[in-house]
Design a protein. Structure first.
Length: 218
């Protein structure tokens, strides 16, 4: 996923690589794939700024991949769902493990998919040749209310007969963008793009869009 100012996004590529991270040959194949460069309209070639790999299943093989690809920015991720907790919670015990509040990112994605005009903050661009299956997976979950011990909670549920791989991939891409919080003015200067603001005294990193405690309602 490519990212621009206002978190406008471009779905550049979507691939399915068959294999298991428990296999050294597949980890080498994936490691090489993550070195791919993409041509920017400015003429520059850009690599991946961050990669997140779901570690919910067989985490040790994911950690092995991170070790083998170091010092590249490859992180393990693990999802949980709550609208009352921060969007991203870096692990204090496991290096390069990001606990992702997937409910927040799914709600964020579905809100952005409703935007209709390019240039709007958060607008999502997709290529014209993307398969119908991709889009079916992207919107395969719905927000429902569930009662647990007398308390009403909102949760995302997978609809019957649907798959959600592209949704999971998109959520991790959005989480990576949120974790990085790119300095777009600095990137424009580096790429020689007109309209970039002059270099200013370094300021503190901007706070997350979701705030320190996430969001309480969607």
């Amino acid at each position: 996923m490519g990212l621009g100012e206002g978190f406008e996004s471009w779905s550049i590529d979507y691939r399915v690589l068959l294999g298991s991270l428990e296999e050294a040959d597949f980890r080498r194949e994936l490691s090489q794939f993550l070195l791919r460069q993409y041509r920017h309209p400015s003429g520059h070639s850009l690599g991946l700024a961050i990669t997140l790999v779901d570690s919910g299943d067989k985490p040790q093989s994911v950690y092995q991949l991170i070790k083998e690809t170091a010092p590249r920015p490859v992180y393990a991720s693990k999802g949980f769902g709550s609208f009352n907790l921060p969007a991203i919670n870096p692990s204090r015990r496991v290096p390069r493990l990001l606990n992702l509040n997937v409910s927040v990112f799914k709600a964020q994605l579905y809100a952005r998919l409703g935007l209709v005009a390019p240039g709007q903050g958060g607008y999502c661009h997709f290529p014209s040749d993307r398969s119908l299956s991709y889009y079916e997976q992207l919107v395969s979950e719905r927000l429902v209310k569930r009662v647990n011990r007398g308390l009403v909670a909102k949760v995302f549920e997978l609809m019957d007969g649907r798959r959600n791989e592209s949704l999971d991939a998109r959520v991790m891409a959005q989480a990576g963008a949120e974790f990085l919080r790119p300095d777009f003015e600095a990137i424009k200067r580096r790429l020689g793009i007109e309209g970039a603001a002059p270099t200013k005294q370094r300021r503190a990193r901007p706070a997350s869009f979701w705030g320190p405690r996430g969001i309480s309602d969607v």
